[in-house]
Design a protein. Structure first.
Length: 125
């Protein structure tokens, strides 16, 4: 760890383990067939848009799960925002040199906020 690098805190109950979830029946992301299929989807605008819509359809269920896990009321805007940001973050690490590291960085930001990234100073004071 570098001297100025923030330390990651343990995952919050709402996000705990989410960054590593992959169903046992899912194909390996390294499998040649998966790589070829993913390349086709990402290189075809209509397929890429369809994939994005299908991915984001999970936002409501994820928001409800986050709200339940944190004790927030149903329809809580912060749970909805966190669900949206978590799902949209996939695009931030796809194609990254170290996608697992990028994923951890994104989830660290979602869990701990921007304030820790800029030395603990927040815009509110």
């Amino acid at each position: 760890m570098r001297a100025n690098e923030p330390t990651a805190s343990p995952p919050t109950p709402a996000l705990q383990g989410a960054e590593g979830d992959q169903p046992a029946h899912a194909p390996s992301r390294a499998a040649p067939q998966f790589v070829a299929f993913n390349r086709l989807v990402q290189s075809t605008p209509a397929l890429r848009e369809y994939w994005h819509r299908m991915w984001l359809r999970h936002e409501t269920a994820l928001a409800a799960t986050i709200a339940e896990a944190t004790g927030a009321p149903e329809g809580d805007i912060t749970a909805t925002a966190l669900a949206h940001f978590a799902l949209e973050s996939l695009g931030q690490f796809r194609g990254h040199d170290d996608p697992q590291h990028a994923l951890r960085e994104v989830f660290d930001l979602l869990e701990n906020g921007w304030g820790q990234r800029i030395g603990g100073v927040t815009s509110g004071g």
